[in-house]
Design a protein around this ligand. Structure first.
Ligand code: SF4
Length: 185
C-alpha cells in the first residue's frame, strides 16, 4: 500500500481506540515480510520501455494482522489492494481469489492513480508502511532504518496499463477517476 493509505488506517485506529493492532506488526519481523520490488507505476514504466519486470518475492502467505474472527477490523479504511480483491468463487475452497482479467485491469487502474495521488509518499508492505509512520524519525532505531530500506518511492503515471481488449470499458472509468483526482488535487 501507499503511505497515504497507511495514514488513513492510523487515523482510524486512533479514533476507534484500536492502536493495539500496531503491536501485532511485531509478529512478523521485517525480513520475513513480502517486499514489492517495484511500484505499480514503475512496472508500467518498465513495460513501456519493454524492460523486464522483476519477479515478485516468494514469501509464505500470512494472515493479515487486521483480520479478527474472519472480519476486517479496519474495513472502512482498508487499502485499495483489499478493496479491489474480489472473487467469483469462495476463496477458502481454492486458496485464491478467482478474478477476471478485466477486474485485474480495473484494479490496476485504481492502483496507478492512488500511487500518483501520494506522489511524495512511499510504497511497500503494509506493515513496513505502518511502522515507518509510527516510529518517531528521531529514534533512528535499527528497526526503522531496516524497514525504510524496503520501501519504494511512489512514482507518477508514465503510462496507464490498459490491455487493448479492455480499453473501451476502461476509458470511461479512467475519465471518472481523473475527474475525482482533479477535484481533490
Ligand atoms: S481486507 Fe485487507 S486489511 Fe482487512 S483483514 Fe483483509 S487483508 Fe487485512
Amino acid at each position: 500500500m501507499t503511505s497515504l493509505e497507511g495514514k488513513l488506517i492510523l487515523d482510524y485506529l486512533k479514533k476507534n481506540n484500536l492502536q493495539y493492532f500496531l503491536q501485532h506488526t511485531q509478529k512478523f519481523p521485517p525480513k520475513k515480510r513480502y517486499h514489492p520490488k517495484t511500484t505499480i507505476n514503475q512496472e508500467a514504466w518498465l513495460a513501456l520501455k519493454d524492460d523486464p519486470i522483476p519477479e515478485p518475492e516468494e514469501t509464505p502467505i500470512k494472515t493479515c494482522v487486521f483480520l479478527t474472527n474472519n472480519k476486517c477490523s479496519i474495513y472502512p479504511v482498508r487499502p485499495m489492494s483489499c478493496r479491489a480483491m474480489v472473487s467469483s468463487t469462495p476463496c477458502h475452497k481454492t486458496g485464491h481469489a478467482a478474478m477476471t482479467s478485466f477486474q485485474m485491469s480495473v484494479a490496476t487502474l485504481f492502483y496507478q492513480f492512488i500511487e500518483m495521488l501520494d506522489i511524495n509518499g512511499d510504497y511497500g508492505n503494509y506493515l513496513d508502511i505502518l511502522e515507518v509512520l509510527t516510529i518517531s524519525p528521531e529514534t533512528q532505531s535499527i528497526q526503522l532504518i531496516l524497514v525504510k530500506s524496503f520501501l519504494l518511492k511512489n512514482q507518477r503515471i508514465y503510462q496507464v496499463m490498459m490491455p487493448p481488449e479492455h480499453r473501451d470499458e476502461l476509458i470511461p472509468i479512467m475519465d471518472e477517476i481523473q475527474c475525482i483526482f482533479h477535484t481533490k488535487t
